[in-house]
Write a protein that binds this ligand. Structure first.
Ligand code: GLN
Length: 253
């Protein structure tokens, strides 16, 4: 069995170690003898993205988003939008999540066009949301709590064509107002959770792998269990840090 991963805009969009999301997917596949091929696609690069099962993209500063926004209006954006319609898996964090919506209006009033994978738009707000976060989200019929770290001033709002990825237990989420975090459309996920997200949330990493295998092999492929002791203790450390600081608003699973 094999999967192909496309890591988008690695050089500009990789804050707080978002690259760790790619490393986690690769390693969890290899531990199960699933062969993984990773291609990187930067600004201005071309070539077919058809073989890609999973796309991963991280966050970055407003100034780096300018070039990415422009690049997405070309072949890469078109190929990505088509792949998502075809149920390819996407995990996008913060700066790229914003650009996979309709647009991001920056603090200086510039509107960076997105590609509308998510029915969502983002406007820079007056304050910056920074801190550990917990998000409750449905994963394969179960509710789990994802831990991560947010740092954004953009406030994202969802239209009727997108559903949130989850609800905030701790943290500001999409906009600090409606309790929603992230967006999901088909097998595409966008959220504000750095950390990086997947190393500390192995269940979610496996969910993405399962979605990709199901799409490629048209079948439910069971994943061999792994020893997640280290991953779970890393996750626990974040929860405990939040609890010490008294930021938990609701019970954490
Ligand atoms: N520049 C965006 C914001 O602050 C994205 C930040 C990020 O990707 N961490 O909203």
């Amino acid at each position: 069995m094999e999967l192909s991963i496309c890591y988008l805009y690695a050089s500009g969009m990789n804050v707080y170690g978002d690259r760790g999301n790619v490393l986690t997917l690769v390693q969890r596949c290899r531990w199960r003898d699933i062969r993984v091929n990773v291609i990187e696609r930067g600004v201005g690069e071309t070539g077919s993205l058809e073989p890609c099962d999973i796309f991963v993209a991280g966050g970055g500063q407003d100034r780096d988003q300018v070039a990415v926004s422009r690049d997405l209006q070309g072949d890469t954006g078109r190929a990505l939008a088509e792949a998502i319609q075809n149920d390819a898996v996407l995990l996008s964090i913060c700066g790229t999540y914003q650009l996979f919506g309709h647009y991001f209006k920056t603090g200086s009033g510039e509107t960076l066009p997105g590609i509308g994978i998510f029915d969502a738009w983002t406007v820079a707000g007056p304050r910056r949301f920074i801190g550990d976060a917990i998000v409750r989200c449905a994963v394969g019929g179960r509710e789990i709590d994802l831990v991560g770290f947010e740092n954004h001033s953009g406030q994202t709002f969802l239209g009727p064509g997108a559903r949130p990825m989850g609800r905030t237990v701790v943290g500001a989420g999409n906009n600090g107002q409606d309790g929603q975090e992230g967006a999901r459309y088909r097998n595409a996920f966008g959220c504000y959770l750095h950390g990086p997200l997947l190393p500390k949330n192995p269940e979610f990493a496996d969910y993405l792998i399962k979605l990709a295998l199901r799409r490629r092999y048209h079948d439910e492929i069971p994943l061999a269990p792994l020893d997640d002791t280290i991953e779970i203790s890393a996750r626990r450390a974040v929860v405990e840090r939040i609890q010490r600081r008294g930021r938990v608003r609701a019970g954490v699973r």
